[in-house]
Write a protein that binds this ligand. Structure first.
Ligand SMILES: CC(C)(COP(=O)(O)OP(=O)(O)OC[C@H]1O[C@@H](n2cnc3c(N)ncnc32)[C@H](O)[C@@H]1OP(=O)(O)O)[C@@H](O)C(=O)NCCC(=O)NCCS
Length: 168
């Protein structure tokens, strides 16, 4: 993506930037947590950070971590895009980067607890719901899974491809 680059955090400083953005979104915007959203899954998680190329500013983040009981199963979570940079494809870019990351870790399954209002976004990307909706910190969530054997195309690039085909 032209204006944004996704990199796995390599330093404590880069992890702290991700945690700051998460605090802004999940504590102050969504009021899902009172002070911070850290939990036991942050320890050892891979943080994928989306940086604005122009401003060296963190504009999105997502974490991926291994299931504690089933090591080949990975979870994605705490997906957050800075409010000023939403609906520009960064969320999708992060989800696709997370899929590539867990594939490189030889994951056999990739799951996420998705907030109700985001289920459609994930469905568009090929994720499927598993089980019933449940409440986490007062917010309805749905566990969703993506088939790691399928090649994933973003809605934007699918649209671009369709337009290119139609122009032929
Ligand atoms: C959810 C979130 C990460 C999406 O990030 P984003 O960068 O705005 O999403 P994108 O721009 O990549 O969205 C891509 C597509 O999904 C659509 N979309 C975005 N959010 C959506 C939603 N909640 N429901 C349905 N569609 C959505 C966009 O309109 C766009 O559609 P298009 O390709 O047809 O144009 C962002 O809104 C956010 O940080 N929200 C607050 C925290 C949160 O809810 N985290 C997710 C927890 S599961």
């Amino acid at each position: 993506m032209k204006f944004c680059e996704i990199r796995a955090a390599e330093s404590e400083e880069e992890i702290q930037k991700a945690l700051e953005l998460r605090r802004m979104v999940f504590v102050h915007e969504q009021h899902m947590f009172e002070e911070n959203d850290l939990d036991e899954y942050d320890d050892g998680a891979i943080y994928l950070n989306a940086w604005s190329r122009r401003k060296d500013l963190l504009i999105g983040t997502v974490r991926c971590y291994r299931d504690k009981e089933k090591p080949n199963v990975w979870w994605g979570g705490r997906l957050a895009v800075h409010p000023d940079y939403r609906t520009r494809g960064i969320g999708v870019y992060l989800i696709r980067a997370a899929i590539e990351t867990v594939k490189n870790q030889q994951a056999s399954r990739f799951l996420a607890s998705v907030q109700l209002q985001n289920i459609e976004l994930f469905k568009k990307l090929g994720w499927e719901p598993i089980g019933d909706i449940f409440f986490f910190h007062g917010h309805p969530h749905q566990i969703m899974e993506v088939d790691l054997n399928v090649f994933h195309v973003s809605p934007q690039s699918a649209r671009r491809k369709q337009q290119a085909v139609e122009a032929l």
